[in-house]
Design a binder for this molecule. Structure first.
Ligand code: PLP
Length: 387
């Protein structure tokens, strides 16, 4: 059966070039980077080079790059690490948004349970926060703002520069979750004006199990793991050398091909949107049509016009060999609509009848046209038009 992977926002396959770069560090080059002998020096220089490479691609210095195990860890490290330091200075208020990834929202919930005040900002119909809302929410106790760069469900891109300017003027530290944006749009920490920024390798054809938290020098942050002196004493534990090498190689590749690949993928996305508009009069597009990642198309079947079950849609696409994500999640046996789509104002039934297509390196025009044909057949079979 033909298989089409349109879930590149969930994860991407490892680039063969990244795998080749990693292999020696999974086999013959096994020294501990903390050892002073030649075996250790060999892996020490590999990790140093990887740190330099990724720092260069993010417009920062190697001393501001912290290797962690994933995007979730980077987000936890940023929020928990900085909040415990800011509390020492009498700051206990954090600003975030309602459409953040769960690794931010649940960390905020944890901090709330530990005495912090959290403001969860609303978004507009396209899923964007209003920088003026950030300005209005800052008070004398605000120490940290965390607003995502691009949303993982809709691809909507927030105005990070505007928010970072407000944060800077108010003396508040600003973190952004750039897990979805890195490699797809420019992510330069100076240009964005951020103090902390998270990325994760498996979203850009690197290995699963490694990410980076950028922390601007001068920002005091509580250490994440106690033990040895790795990651400048902030995250102890013998370094994951092969994965750091793989992350750096994958980052170099994706940043190098960004311009040409964005053009190719945008053409595919535009064609997909054109077919969807022509063939499905009862769908709504989720996300900002102008400020959005080039590879994400998120649609809802409007519950006022058609009855269709999002999970059934996803299952039927899967049976036809097509992998996508739905706008809902199964939590404790019940289907919950996406918190992102609800925050954007979609009703529960419409939010549940949503599908996210995320295109990637392997996606072709034929994949898009084939998927649209299959979708048409499924909707005819399981959808019930109202009125
Ligand atoms: C926006 C965003 N932040 C954080 C994460 C978590 O990254 P990881 O899977 O590396 O923990 C994800 C993963 O889907 C994401 O999309």
């Amino acid at each position: 059966m033909r298989r089409i992977y349109l879930d590149n926002t969930a994860t991407t396959p490892l680039a063969p070039e990244a795998f080749d770069a990693m292999k020696p560090f999974l086999t013959e080059k096994f020294g501990n980077p903390s050892s002073i002998h030649s075996f250790g020096r060999e892996t020490r220089s590999a990790i140093d080079e990887s740190r330099e490479q990724i720092a260069g691609l993010m417009g920062t210095k190697p001393g501001e790059i912290y290797f962690v195990s994933c995007g979730t860890e980077a987000n936890n490290f940023a929020l928990k690490g900085y909040s415990s330091k800011m509390r020492e200075r009498g700051k206990d208020h954090i600003i975030t948004s309602k459409t953040e990834h769960h690794s931010i929202l649940e960390t905020c919930e944890h901090l709330e349970n530990n005495g912090f005040q959290i403001s969860y900002l609303n978004v507009d119909e396209f899923g964007m926060i209003d920088p003026d809302d950030v300005r209005r929410s800052i008070n004398s106790r605000t120490g940290l703002i965390s607003i995502m760069h691009a949303n993982n469900e809709t691809g909507t891109i927030n105005r990070i520069k505007a928010v970072s300017g407000i944060a800077r003027d108010s003396g508040v530290i600003f973190h952004t979750d750039a897990v979805q944006s890195f490699g797809k749009i420019p992510v330069d920490v100076d240009e964005l004006g951020v103090d902390m920024l998270s990325i994760s390798a498996h979203k850009f054809y690197g290995p699963k199990g490694i990410g980076v938290l950028y922390i601007s020098s001068g920002i005091e942050i509580e250490r994440l793991l106690h033990g040895g002196g790795q990651e400048r004493g902030k995250r102890a534990g013998t370094e994951n050398i092969a994965y750091a090498v793989g992350l750096a190689k994958a980052a170099e590749l994706i940043c190098g091909e960004r311009a040409s690949e964005n053009k190719r993928i945008s053409d595919l996305k535009n064609q997909m949107i054109k077919i969807l508009k022509e063939q499905f009069p009862f769908i709504l597009f989720n996300g900002n049509p102008a400020e959005s990642l080039p590879n994400v198309v998120n649609i809802s079947f409007d519950s006022r016009k058609i009855n269709i079950d999002g999970e059934a849609l996803l299952m039927n696409l899967d049976l036809a060999g097509i992998a996508v994500s739905s706008g809902s999640a199964c939590t404790s046996g019940s289907i919950k609509p996406s918190h992102v789509l609800i925050a954007m104002g979609r009703d529960i039934d419409t939010a549940k009848a949503s599908i996210r297509f995320s295109l990637g390196r392997s996606t072709t025009m034929d994949d898009i046209e084939y998927t649209m044909d299959v979708l048409q057949n499924i909707v005819k079979r399981i959808g019930v038009i109202k009125g």
